[in-house]
Ligand binder design. Structure first.
Ligand code: LLP
Length: 413
């Protein structure tokens, strides 16, 4: 579900013509629908209303302030993985008591910053990390509230680069060793172990891997009781998939229907960390056609956006729907590519598209998650502008980078 659609052959975001926005901002530009973001958050929130729960939006999906602030205003929390994400979450006004901190490589400085700001909890990924956090907390005379991330060895049935819950992945503590690790961590005097965390992967469309994971961690919770370890918080991660092409992902309501019967009897606080589900279909990347090139064996539509703006097709061979912003007559088959000097710089291959020409606008759909947040300055390209649409109004929430921005921080004179 999202608020992008065609009216009289023109692509709209909510009540504004995409073409009118691009005319003002130039291209490439990311355009987000505020209503889509909010409704996605509300869907998950509503699905879990029967239990005490906290939704921590995973900032890595899209850490633009316009998006974080929108969610903060809805009462949403944050899932962070770096000092930078902590900084942005706090700057956006997210309550520290709604921030959870994951990631395998937290530095001492990052731990200290999170402790000083009294975040809700740390999701620890290893024993050495627990030892380090214990030391940092001791120095600051703080008790750190922690969950330990358990790697359940469950196949999330998704792309190999974005599956995280298999025993060969670097994340969390293996389920077979988890009991031992929890007992050791419980003995560290500056830590309070109150949670189990799992996150098995991203773009998951099937509920069964979640159910299997949950059953495993509920059994672990039970196993910890005799040692006096009382787990009152279960963090079931993010990963809910969206529709890019013809996937049929479970809805939050269907997901909740399966997991709530397992969670309710426990009386625990449930934490969720959705990223893609909230913002994925809430954003598009709009770009202008520079050239139509007839190659030896193929046609190419060459855009002014490149893999530095949206790397998912290049990196994961991810599919994104590509549309002409204004419907045009005629059809042709082409690869949709960027201007970057790499053969991997493409948005789609062998697509049948309307007969667009130089100067026409193209939209790469479902680009709200892991789009701008993974953008780079490769080829000294300036990062694109970002626009947030609310009804019939829009706001540039990030201006396009300037050439001076490309020199920022460099010492050369
Ligand atoms: N929690 C943890 C601990 C995570 O590692 C992630 C994502 C999330 C939550 C949010 O997952 P989501 O709900 O967005 O699936 N760049 C890749 C996706 C990488 C996901 C990394 N972790 C892509 O473009 O598909």
């Amino acid at each position: 579900m999202h608020y992008f659609g065609f009216k009289k052959g023109e692509l709209y975001c909510e009540n504004i013509r995409v073409r009118d926005i691009a005319k003002k901002t130039g291209t490439p530009v990311y355009i987000y629908s505020k209503r889509t973001v909010i409704e996605h958050f509300q869907k998950i929130d509503a699905a879990f209303f029967e239990v005490d729960h906290l939704i921590c939006y995973s900032l890595k999906a899209n850490a633009s302030m316009g998006i974080i602030k929108t969610l903060q205003q809805e009462g949403c929390g944050a899932d962070i993985v770096s000092g930078g994400e902590l900084y942005k979450a706090l700057e956006a006004g997210i309550a520290p008591g709604k921030i959870v901190y994951a990631g395998v490589g937290k530095t001492k400085e990052e731990m200290a910053a999170a402790l000083k700001n009294n975040i809700f909890m740390f999701n620890l990924e290893s024993l050495p990390e627990a030892v380090r956090l214990n030391a940092v907390a001791g120095k600051l005379k703080k008790i750190a509230e922690v969950a330990i991330r358990v790697n359940p060895d469950v196949d999330a049935d998704t792309h190999r680069y974005i599956t995280t819950g298999k025993k060969e992945n670097k994340f969390g503590v293996n389920i077979s060793k988890a009991g031992e690790v929890f007992r050791t961590v419980a003995g560290l005097k500056n830590l309070k172990v109150s949670g189990i965390h799992t996150h098995i992967g991203s773009q998951i469309t099937n509920i069964e891997p979640y159910v299997l994971t949950l059953k495993k961690i509920i059994a672990l919770r039970q196993e910890l009781l005799p040692a006096g370890i009382n787990i009152s918080r279960l963090n079931i991660g993010g990963g809910l998939g969206i529709i890019y092409k013809n996937e049929t992902p479970a809805t939050p309501a269907e997901f909740a229907k399966r997991v709530l019967p397992l969670l309710k009897p426990l009386g625990v606080k449930v934490i969720l960390e959705p990223g893609r589900f909230i913002v994925g279909n809430a954003g598009i990347l709009v770009s202008e056609v520079q050239y139509i090139k007839k190659g030896e064996v193929k046609n190419y539509i060459i855009l002014d956006a490149g893999m530095n703006d949206l790397i998912r097709p290049s990196l994961y061979e991810a599919f994104h729907e590509i549309v002409a912003v204004k419907k045009t007559a005629g059809r042709f088959k082409a690869d949709v590519v960027g201007p970057i000097c790499e053969s991997g710089d493409f948005f789609g291959k062998g697509r049948i598209l309307p007969k667009v020409k130089e100067g026409d606008l193209i939209a790469v759909m479902s680009a709200g998650a892991y789009g701008f947040s993974m953008a780079s300055n490769y080829n000294c390209r300036r990062k694109p502008a970002e626009v947030l649409v609310a009804g019939s109004k829009f706001k540039v929430v990030r201006r396009r980078e300037s050439f001076e921005d490309l020199l920022k921080g460099e010492v050369y004179k």
